[in-house]
Write a protein that binds this ligand. Structure first.
Ligand SMILES: [Zn+2]
Length: 100
């Protein structure tokens, strides 16, 4: 179930690096607001984790990105994945709302 805090974060595709950066910044803002929290990928090496942290802080992105987030209010999960060279990718609501 979508809550008021995250309902505007609808699934959409990126068609340019600008779209991608906008989505990353929006996600970072929601993390700052305490609405989203990041889900660490199990296979994410610590240096990639650091790259992600700096990307979210500065907007400078590594070659490709795959981030996951969870809404702390309703538990919906989101995936942001993209090729930063072309900017092609997507922000997707995962559609699962378990309570874990
Ligand atoms: Zn929510």
């Amino acid at each position: 179930m979508t809550c008021e805090e995250c309902r505007e974060l609808a699934t959409h595709e990126f068609r340019s690096a600008e779209d991608l950066i906008h989505a990353v910044r929006l996600a970072a803002e929601e993390v700052d607001r305490g609405v989203l929290c990041r889900i660490a990928a199990r296979n994410l090496a610590s240096n990639e984790q650091e790259a992600l942290d700096s990307a979210l802080a500065s907007g400078a992105l590594p070659g490709s990105v795959h981030y996951r987030f969870r809404c702390v209010v309703c538990g919906d999960r989101f995936t942001l994945s993209a090729d930063t060279g072309s900017g092609l990718g997507s922000w997707a609501r995962e559609g699962e709302s378990d309570s874990s």
